[in-house]
Design a protein around this ligand. Sequence first.
Ligand code: BJ8
Length: 424
Amino acid sequence: MGNDYVAMWEKLNLDITAHDGLLAVLGNFYNDIYLSQEGRLKGMEYLDFVLSEVHGLRIKELQDAKQAGRKIVGTFCIFVPEEITLAADAIQVGLCAGAEIGKEAAEQVLPRNTCALIKSFVGFKLAKLCPYIESCDLVVGETTCDGKKKAYEIFRDYAPLYVMEIPQMKAASDKALLKTEFMRYLGEIERLTGKKITAEKLRAAIQVVNNRRKALQRLDSLRKATPSPISGRDALLIHQISFYDDPVRFTHQIGLLCDELEKRVADKQGVAPETAKRVMLSGCPMAVPNWKLPFVIESSGAVIVGEESCIGDRNIRDLVDESGATVEEMIDRLVDRYFQIDCAVFTPNEERLDHIVRMAKDMKADGVIHYGLMFCQPYAMEVHKVSKRLETEGIPLLSIETDYSMEDVGQLKTRVEAFIEMLR
Ligand code: BJ8
């Protein structure tokens, strides 16, 4: 990324020196983890380009959109309905952060024993590192885990924040709460943009987001093939970029990539030998540039065939029923869809266990690696049930807890290699 963007970053009030540091880390990481892979798909050139311009061209596009009167909405959770945001002609971007570069700043306001994802987004804001946060007209938080919920109370001193209440159980009253919250959000977005959300606009937005989900479903279903035609690292990157890129353009590009993948599958061409062990990831979301564990797994000779995670299957598995005629009917369909999300903040959360088993079987996974971010209680607690359930199904599990630092790479590699050896 050249210097052409420095003026734009200065205008966004980024700390240019610290931001240069972030881009350098990102660039080195990307070279080591991505560009070093052999036999990559031609279609990945688009993703490489988007990533190389993630703080450049895409931010420029957002600034141009703002100039043209559109609003930018940032989110941290897949519960925030992008369909409503798009229906008011606003742009939604994911703000979850996967780097520890703002950690020191974050630890001045947060307890040290906070999960890395929360520290990262707070740190990015306080250290003025993220052009996405700085571009936002509204940041939408949500009452999911306690860590995020309480961090927003601090975050709101630094950014225009709106918090959506998310239920924690799945009774009828919880569903009614989600509907009330979606209606409240609709009102908030209309106020922000000054635009009325009509049935026509909401229907079009539902189709745009559904089409992106369908493209990602197609991608993930091609990973059922043996040998797997795409690395887990590349597939994860595609899911990560889906939170930043223009949805229509992204969907088109993923369609082209899937055409290429289909050909590979037909030719029995894979990224790893047919005998490579197939591993499924499950657990906390992996935000850009959190590629540590996938790299460790795939450089140990296994191939990742699926992610049971919010940056993965949990975000794309369910579509919105497109049959609603009025705005209210469409909101009901949205609630039906979002209410199926089986995040570990729900109690009880048996559906997630069913999904993990179904997905592991579908993807022909030889084993599951459960990924928990250190200090993430919901996923750490749930791993006990995941482990018991997988044991009854005869599916081997390795549970890993880590953060964004690179200090434990050696130790992780030893554990992952032993697990893969055991699968053999
Ligand atoms: S729907 S998973 S995106 S809340 S890792 S911050 S849970 S302490 S991210 Fe999530 Fe929505 Fe659920 Fe998905 Fe807290 Fe855990 Fe940290 Fe987490």
